[in-house]
Ligand binder design. Structure first.
Ligand code: PGA
Ligand code: ZN
Length: 436
């Protein structure tokens, strides 16, 4: 078995910005039987963030202002076609880890700045998909073999603010987590019903119901609290009980609010809070609202604040580190050693290869941290994260709201996987969240 061809092209993400798509062809006899020759192709597209962590692996962009305002990815594409393809074609690899090791060696930098994490990840994911096709197994099974697979609670970002929407809401993501269900299929129905109830409530209040980058509504609300209040109203209107059936998750993405050692509410009243005051705010929200998960409740450069927040709230809810960890096993290890968070957000393109992503997941589990699998605000039709969620047994993911094709593509893939698994599938439910 060997790689016969690697090819990349510039395609578009859901914001209409360029991104890298790669294809990897594999050919070989199967199970040592030279009469069965398989020739398969795997294809993958990398996503792209907007509220990116400072320590993310480098997303290589051309910077040529004459094309796509400098956002072209032709350099990353040619790094695949001219460097990676030349080095890896006609070669075979014993495992995903070996392939990824070869990619890392070709790049040779700690943050993937030479070839670009977008170039490396496109090839890494496409290879995983081609190997799954070669083995005639689903991607989740190629990534991890289990007897029983857990389908996730979809944490649906129904109100978008922060950098993802042009409104006056400071916090980036207000998510509903429909957990009181027997299956993913039922959970996503509950979520969608609530999403549609929310639309009619916002309409009746005279709010704008256009959607933000992740498919959530982006109304100009009177306060950040009002976002939670309208969601609770929508849960009731859809016939569910907040807390019992559907709980709330938040990603305020506060790195974006950090200025001169304080958190500034830039989009609403321009007031500011210290780390301690932010922790008090979250503590009071937890008392008031059925919140089970808080991601990036403090910013990436507020390590001391994070330690304090983990002491105060880490035994009450799931505290997810996104920008602070950047899916990086070395940074996560430091967080584990120093008592930061109890869960890690997993974004493949923050670290840049499938193997390193799996290493971070492994490290988290070994240290009793949860993993929360995530899309990016700039997404595509690629559904790798749906399979990764099932493979890793993470039990919850965030991949957008109740609409927009690039978000729904992941839900549809999870519906297919659940059906295919039949009685080999279980649904995660509320226990998947830390401290629940
Ligand atoms: P991003 O946002 O993809 O724009 O980084 C997602 C998040 O902050 O979790
Ligand atoms: Zn985040």
């Amino acid at each position: 078995m060997k790689i016969t061809k690697i090819h990349a092209r510039e395609v578009l993400d859901s914001r209409g910005n360029p991104t890298v798509e790669a294809e990897v062809n594999i050919e070989g006899s199967f199970n040592g039987d030279s009469s069965i020759v398989r020739n398969v192709k795997g294809r993958a597209i990398v996503p792209s963030g907007a509220s990116t962590g400072e320590r993310e692996a480098v997303e290589l962009r051309d910077g040529d202002k004459k094309r796509y305002n400098g956002k072209g990815v032709l350099k990353a594409v040619s790094n695949v076609n001219d460097i990676i393809a030349k080095a890896l074609e006609e070669k075979s690899f014993a495992s995903q880890a070996k392939l990824d090791e070869a990619l890392l060696q070709l790049d040779g930098t700690p943050n993937k700045e030479k070839l670009g994490a977008n170039a490396l990840l496109a090839v890494s994911m496409a290879y995983a998909k081609s190997m799954a096709a070669y083995n005639k197994e689903p991607l989740y099974q190629y990534l991890y073999k289990r007897d029983i697979y857990t389908l996730p609670v979809p944490c649906m970002n129904v109100i978008n603010g922060g950098k993802h929407a042009d409104n006056n809401v400071d916090f980036q993501e207000f998510m509903i987590a429909p957990h009181n269900a027997v299956s993913f299929k039922e959970a996503i129905r509950m979520g969608e019903e609530t999403f549609h109830a929310l639309k009619s409530i916002l309409n009746s209040k005279g709010y704008f119901t256009g959607v933000g980058d992740e498919g959530g509504f982006a109304p100009n609300l009177k306060s950040n609290e009002e976002a939670v209040e309208v969601i609770l109203e929508a849960i009731r209107k859809a016939g569910y009980e907040a807390g019992k059936d559907i709980s709330l998750c938040l990603d305020p993405a506060t790195s974006e609010m950090w200025q001169d050692g304080k958190y500034v509410f830039f989009k609403s009243d321009k007031s500011s809070k210290t780390s301690e005051e932010m922790i008090v705010l979250w503590g009071s929200w937890l008392k008031q609202y059925p919140i089970v998960l808080l991601e990036d409740g403090l910013g990436e450069n507020d390590w001391d604040g994070w330690q304090l927040m983990t002491k105060e709230l880490g035994n009450k809810i799931e505290l997810v580190g996104d920008d602070i960890f950047c899916t990086n096993p070395a940074i996560l290890q430091k967080g584990i050693d120093e008592g930061v968070a109890n869960s890690v957000l997993i974004k493949l393109n923050q670290i840049g290869t499938v193997t390193e992503t799996l290493q971070t997941i492994d490290l988290a589990y070994k240290n009793n941290y949860n993993c929360f699998i995530s899309h990016r605000s700039g997404e595509t039709e690629d559904t790798t994260i749906a399979d990764l969620t099932v493979a890793s047994g993470a039990g919850h993911l965030k991949t957008g709201s109740g609409c927009r094709g690039e978000r729904i593509a992941k839900f549809n893939q999870l519906l297919r996987i659940e059906e295919e698994l039949g009685d080999k599938a279980t649904f995660a439910g509320i226990k998947t969240f830390k401290n629940q």
